[in-house]
Design a protein around this ligand. Structure first.
Ligand SMILES: *Cc1c(COP(=O)(O)O)cnc(C)c1O
Length: 283
């Protein structure tokens, strides 16, 4: 049996009913988070909860309980579902109301759902790297919000999938922004570059962990945008996200990075990241 968090209750997943006029369903009017679970323990959960509240605030949804309560509910969900390694998916929508674009009355309550999924870490990608493709970034100008509106990301990822690529790396004109569901990093002459966290990208929590890891291993960081041409000339490239962790990129549209060999800095960052992951209690 599996359980789902539905508003403020943990219920049998089969009991959850979503209204056809839920604004998440009709407008993508909501925000979400994906939180990694390692060995039964959520990773950077407070950072994810903070970002959920921030995303919600930016679109003027009020989450009807405290961050503390939120943490407790998610913790309980992971426990009752007996998750070992996988993730929690958590979303909140503006609620269900007759379909008009502007906000419904204050009496309409937001709708919260969270569920868990058991999933292996993609270790093969970490070890061997992935191919990616460049796709024009046609998303809106509030990419800082982790919104349920994911059409731009869906279409970009599908294009990547059809080309046999793991990820679509997005660019606005010449400037690289981020991946369709990841942040993008390049290393050139011993400096780590990534797009600054402004309205053009989602400020990834894994991105923050990676920047911390870089500091710890003595790799200087510049949060500066770089171009498509500069990307292709990087010594090392990788993408990051909750589920992708630090995934090395070895090929961009058929052009190899470092002759297809994963670089030393990327390996060191992966090793440093690994030290932060909650470990199994059994030795
Ligand atoms: C969620 C997401 C990321 C990665 O963020 P994490 O917090 O590291 O998982 C990057 N870009 C986009 C567009 C995202 O939606």
């Amino acid at each position: 049996m599996s359980y789902t968090l539905w508003n403020d209750q943990i219920v049998d997943s089969n009991e959850v009913v979503i209204d056809k006029e839920d604004r998440g369903y009709q407008f993508g009017d909501g925000v979400y988070e994906v939180i990694k679970v390692y060995n039964g323990e959520m990773f950077t959960v407070d950072e994810h909860i903070d970002r959920l509240y921030l995303s919600a605030e930016k679109i003027r949804i009020t989450i009807p309980f405290t961050k503390d309560k939120c943490h407790k509910l998610l913790h309980e969900l992971v426990e009752v579902n007996n998750v070992s390694t996988g993730h929690v998916y958590f979303q909140i929508t503006r609620g269900a109301a007759p379909r008009i674009h502007n906000f419904p009355a204050d009496t309409v309550k937001p709708v919260i759902t969270a569920y868990t999924k058991e999933a292996e870490r993609p270790l093969h990608n970490f070890e061997h790297g992935v191919k990616v493709t460049l796709v024009e970034d046609v998303r809106w100008l509030r990419c800082d919000i982790k919104s349920l509106n994911l059409l731009g990301a869906v279409l970009a990822k599908q294009e990547a999938h059809e080309k046999g690529c793991y990820e679509a790396i997005l660019h606005r004109g010449e400037t690289i922004t981020e991946g369709s569901s990841t942040n993008v990093f390049g290393i050139k002459d011993g400096v780590l570059y990534t797009h600054p966290a402004n309205n053009f990208i989602l400020k990834g929590i894994t991105r923050e962990v990676v920047l911390q890891c870089a500091e710890e291993i003595g790799l200087p960081v510049k949060e500066e945008a770089f171009t498509k041409t500069e990307l292709l000339e990087m010594d090392e490239v990788f993408v990051s996200s909750t589920t992708s962790e630090v995934t090395p990129v070895i090929d961009i549209d058929g052009s190899e990075i470092n002759e297809g060999v994963i670089g030393d800095w990327t390996r060191k960052l992966q090793a440093q990241f690994e030290t932060k992951i909650p470990k199994s209690l059994q030795v």
